[in-house]
Design a protein around this ligand. Structure first.
Ligand code: NAD
Length: 479
């Protein structure tokens, strides 16, 4: 993407500046230089977006689900054709490598495809028996909020199912990473999405969420981001009893048992952990290793971590780019200093890399005191803690010891231990002997403070539907 990009709001089918003509600078995390601007929505822009979503809802929700699905499928094809340009823009804004950005867009395309292909099935009435039928209807206008770490895939996980369900939306995408949403709006418009159904805004996040949630026409709040912000939004949504789908923070454990293939575990953990510089809600962050293999594991993990090549996201040799913004560098500094002050040993990394941009060295900490902040706050960066355990019970207790419950991973060939872990680990998603993230066709939702509601798969569409039970004295004929 060239310098001087300028992203606008998309309201009622038209790109526009915000009413106050205000904007926000876009900063490239690879060199900390400003390279573009993003428009800021005023209250009047938000009112226009609400009106557009309200007006378009009735005809969009009555559009046959097959047609809605066809629009999503066409949008997927258009996005797939633009993947190189879209990935380059994402990489410049976010700092992830070009390869990571392309992989992320490919998953976004899959999400549009899956929801497009399944829209008709997911909106079909469910006949319970000859007198009772359940109808799935659009839940109404959706206010969706997406963060800056995976803007392509996280936008797609809200837009595609909400549109498949017949909802209209106002999407507030992250100001720091606007381009993925812009590519998606353009693809959907070209694919035939009617005017007003999808509106895109940027600006002051608390002002926008308060304004949108104050409107009783918004029926669903879908948010991905931190737990404190999610709780704040859930409180605001309570006033109008808006349904909330909250995909919040994580602090995922990996348990490595004594019988695990250590080399395989190290490579799987590092591949997954350091993608997007560790800024992923389900990235592993706490490794627990059986005492007999602990020293060997730490040695192999440290050796492999030293091989990670941190650099410019558009350099093909780079395996980890910069962090997304200066706030994450400050957070890494604070968490690691706190751990070290309580006795932690920095095995590798532990410091900012001395070059322009937001680069943090991949970091492994051992001997971390249980009270250290890094074990309790979502670290959201390239830092892993490693600790030994003596018994299975102790491993489970430590794994479940945070307020989060998004993902958990473990390595063992023992079927008995696998069964026990599946039963005992408190997380919405488990992976055994590898690390797997979200997919378009299956639901993911957090436990405990990681949120509630589901994204992905059938449940992801159900999040945007209401159910109507129809009792009829004689069989119901709907078509
Ligand atoms: P943050 O918590 O302020 O923001 C996170 C996201 O929420 C951003 O996209 C932001 O624009 C949005 N947001 C913030 N306040 C909002 C509000 N009142 N209404 C609507 N949206 C709002 O902080 P941050 O510095 O951007 O990120 C810090 C933390 O957020 C990270 O440490 C991580 O824990 C969490 N986070 C989680 C995810 C995830 O996928 N679960 C993604 C991004 C950030």
């Amino acid at each position: 993407m060239t310098d001087g990009v300028n992203y606008k709001l998309f309201i009622n089918g038209t790109w526009r500046d915000g009413a106050a003509k205000d904007d926000i600078a876009l900063v490239n995390p690879a060199d900390a230089q400003v390279f573009g601007r993003v428009a800021v929505a005023s209250a009047s822009d938000l009112d226009d977006a609400l009106a557009a979503a309200r007006c378009s809802l009735s005809s969009w929700s009555r559009t046959p689900a097959r047609e809605r699905g066809a629009i999503l499928t066409r949008a997927a094809q258009l996005l797939a054709k633009r993947i190189d340009a879209a990935a380059a823009a994402l990489s410049q804004e976010q700092g992830k490598t070009l390869a990571e950005a392309k992989g992320e867009f490919a998953r976004a395309v899959e999400t549009f495809e899956w929801n497009g292909e399944n829209a008709e099935m997911l909106n079909a009435p469910v006949v319970i028996d000859e007198k009772r039928t359940i109808i799935h209807e659009s839940a109404g206008v959706v206010a969706a909020f997406t963060p800056w770490n995976y803007p392509a895939v996280l936008n797609a996980r809200k837009l595609a199912p909400a549109l498949a369900a017949g909802c209209s939306l106002i999407l507030k995408a992250a100001e720091e990473t606007p381009s993925a949403a812009v590519y998606m709006v353009e693809a959907l418009q070209e694919a035939g999405l009617p005017v007003g159904v999808l509106n895109l805004v940027f600006g002051n996040p608390p002002m926008i969420s308060e304004h949108l949630l104050a409107s009783p026409s918004v029926r669903v709040l879908s948010f991905t981001g931190s737990t404190p912000v999610g709780k704040q939004l859930a409180k605001s949504a309570a006033a109008n009893l808006q349904r909330c789908v909250l995909e919040l923070g994580g602090h995922s454990p990996v348990i490595v048992f004594a019988d695990a293939d250590i080399s395989k575990a190290v490579s799987a953990i590092l591949d997954y952990k350091f993608e997007c510089a560790g800024q992923s809600c389900n990235a592993p962050s706490r490794i627990l290793v059986a005492r007999p293999v602990y020293d060997l594991f730490v040695q192999k993990l440290v050796e492999a971590t030293k091989q990670i090549k941190v650099g410019k996201p558009n350099d093909p040799a780079t395996t980890m780019g910069p962090m997304a913004n200066a706030r994450r560098i400050e957070a890494m500094d604070r968490l690691i200093k706190d751990a070290v002050s309580r006795g932690a040993k920095v095995e590798v990394g532990g410091r900012r890399i001395d070059q322009q941009g937001f680069y943090w060295a991949p970091t492994i900490l051992t001997d971390v005191h249980p009270q250290s902040l890094v074990l309790h706050e979502e670290p959201f960066g390239p830092v892993l803690t490693v600790a030994p355990f003596e018994t299975i019970e102790e491993a489970v207790e430590q794994a479940n010891a945070t307020e989060f419950g998004l993902a958990a991973y473990f390595f063992t060939e023992s079927v008995d231990i696998q069964r026990q872990m599946v039963r005992d680990l408190s997380a919405g998603a488990l992976s055994i002997n590898y690390l797997k993230g979200v997919s378009a066709d299956v639901p993911l939702g957090g436990l405990k403070q990681s949120g509630y509601g589901y994204e992905g798969g059938i449940e992801g569409v159900r999040s945007f539907q209401t159910l109507k039970l129809v009792n009829a004295a004689s069989p119901l004929v709907l078509t």
